[in-house]
Design a protein around this ligand. Sequence first.
Ligand code: NDP
Ligand code: 5RP
Ligand code: ZN
Length: 341
Amino acid sequence: MINQVYRLVSARQFEVTYKDRSLQSDYVVVRPEYLSICAADQRYYTGTRGKEAMSAKLPMALIHEGIGKVVFDRSGKFKIGTRVVMIPNTPTEVDEYCAENYLRSSKFRSSGYDGFMQDYVFLEADRLVELPEDINPKVAAFTELITIATHSITRFEAKAHKRRDVLGVWGDGNLGYITSLLLKKKYPNSKIIIFGKNQYKLDHFSFVDEAYQIDEIPEDLLIDHAFEAVGGRGSEAAINQIIDHIYPEGSIAIMGVSEYPIQLNSRMVLEKGITIIGSSRSGRKDFVDTVELMKEFPDIVDYLTTLIGSVQSITTIGEIIEAFEKDLTVSWGKTVLAWNI
Ligand SMILES: NC(=O)C1=CN([C@@H]2O[C@H](COP(=O)(O)OP(=O)(O)OC[C@H]3O[C@@H](n4cnc5c(N)ncnc54)[C@H](OP(=O)(O)O)[C@@H]3O)[C@@H](O)[C@H]2O)C=CC1
Ligand SMILES: O=C(CO)[C@H](O)[C@H](O)COP(=O)(O)O
Ligand SMILES: [Zn+2]
């Protein structure tokens, strides 16, 4: 069959490519239903990802957050019509000590490999996780982003010391919202504090114990552990502020992506014996755990509807561009694409 792939060829420019795909294979074929734009896609779309990365990775189809329906599965593992979340990481080997998302050999969709902006996506069966029938598909669209928080909290649980009286999250955006929400669910007796730049965004975090604007943090406030969900230029200030407010021997999970190396107050990292936990992307286990969590606690999905910024129907390349441009102008929530192309 001929599959249409919608690739970014240079900043703000998409082209359709036609790829001949055989159905005589073990791939499961999924028709994308709802996709969602990640900050990483915007760095490619706008060209801010940097000249070197742009020329190394383009042309490629963007988007690594999305759900769809199975339209073909030779193995019969999935019934036709099953709604699934697609896992963008594609490992090519297994390592006893290194998770699939940290293996340098893994391929990650929309970071050098075609993402989900295609008429049909061909995936190995283990790159799909079945979703509950009744899940809100516009929230499920950004399940991948939820798995980022799941993955980071799992690493924190394994690597940080066990006092969890006060946990701080820096970043009053999408990832900060999801991370604080999952932390509150997992550690109901811990004090969860959100630190952000904008009062109108902090007002959305109704489930946290305390919220502070970053220029109004009491000097004597101390946290046991922290999660950084800022990224970009703001990462540096956020991580250094965390270093100032963390109790000795605490851990800092860094999730925000920055294009440039940032400067850390390394002297205080040493003096306080701080553990820094880098956390990037996610793997199958994080998707399975996240879907189970959403099944067990439907209120999590209810809270996450707050993050549906806008839903754009996509029927043409022009509408893809409109959706990316509109996403750049909104300051709260995720842009969900109803994939009708
Ligand atoms: N590790 C991983 O695997 C993943 C990482 N990411 C990365 O996580 C980062 C956050 O993504 P997302 O939540 O979608 O982005 P958002 O832009 O929604 O969130 C970032 C938020 O942090 C706020 N902020 C800026 N500076 C500070 C500061 N010093 N302290 C506290 N908050 C601050 C921003 O405010 P304002 O807008 O006013 O500046 C914004 O509200 C990005 O870099 C993204 O690429 C995303 C997915 C996966
Ligand atoms: O969003 C992400 C995962 O959900 C990561 O930020 C993304 O994978 C980083 O990739 P790149 O190096 O291409 O910017
Ligand atoms: Zn992402």
